[in-house]
Design a protein around this ligand. Structure first.
Ligand code: 5GP
Length: 206
């Protein structure tokens, strides 16, 4: 069906501010749904099952892998994360766009399977800002933060594989850019063909 929604992939190292950005865009743009990933990671303070993630055991996760329930899955920072195929399919079929907040490995798998997906990389303005944000979160200890910074350095290199890059200096500015990308994708030929053909039909015979 031509007017199916778009998959919007957002990747960024932890602490880049992508979660605040995603939450804001979900509130402000209609027809946009967040794909709640499954993970074997333990919930952080304030995280609720079914909201930020569906928290599952390793056994449950592997069972879902066996049943082919994931559109993509990957191991990140020692934990497993996966995107529900059924949820994404249902939203796209309903004409909604779906935001996947996933790592670079997952993003590359989505790009392979679905070349029409819109890939956005959110970059922190500097290493100092990233470190300060990770420490300010207060939910991970020093060794976890160090590991995340190391991983961030590696992940940043992948920005070249994305269509769009947002340098997150200031949330309002970044939000404007993110909304523009999502709305521009909705104006793409594939999404508009059905309606455009309907309009053209009304001209026939006139
Ligand atoms: P965190 O544990 O800090 O919430 O997330 C760690 C990393 O896992 C982030 O880069 C996040 O985008 C990524 N992630 C979250 N859900 C998924 C998923 O379903 N698939 C993949 N590949 N990565 C995910």
């Amino acid at each position: 069906m031509s007017n199916r929604g778009n998959i919007i992939v957002i990747s960024a190292p932890s602490g880049s501010g992508k979660t605040s950005l995603t939450n804001r865009v979900l509130k402000e743009v209609s027809g946009l749904e967040f794909s709640v990933s499954h993970t074997t990671r333990k919930p952080r303070r304030g995280e609720r099952d079914g909201a930020e993630y569906s928290f599952v055991s390793e056994k449950e996760f592997q069972e879902m892998v066996r049943r082919d329930s994931f559109l993509e899955y990957a191991q990140v920072h020692g934990n497993l994360y996966g995107t529900s195929q059924a949820f994404v399919d249902a939203q796209l079929a309903a004409g909604n766009d779906v935001i996947l907040e996933i790592d670079v490995q997952g993003a590359m798998k989505i790009k392979e399977k679905n070349p029409q997906a819109v890939l956005i990389f959110v970059l922190p303005p500097s290493l100092e800002v990233l470190e300060a944000r990770l420490k300010g979160r207060g939910s991970d200890d020093e060794s976890v933060i160090d590991r995340r910074l190391q991983i961030a350095k590696e992940e940043l290199k992948y920005y070249r594989n994305y269509q769009y890059v947002i340098i997150n200096r200031e949330i309002e500015e970044s939000l404007g850019k993110l909304k523009s990308i999502i709305i521009a994708a909705r104006c793409g030929l594939r999404r508009q063909t059905e309606q455009a053909e309907e309009i053209i039909k009304t001209f026939k015979g006139s």
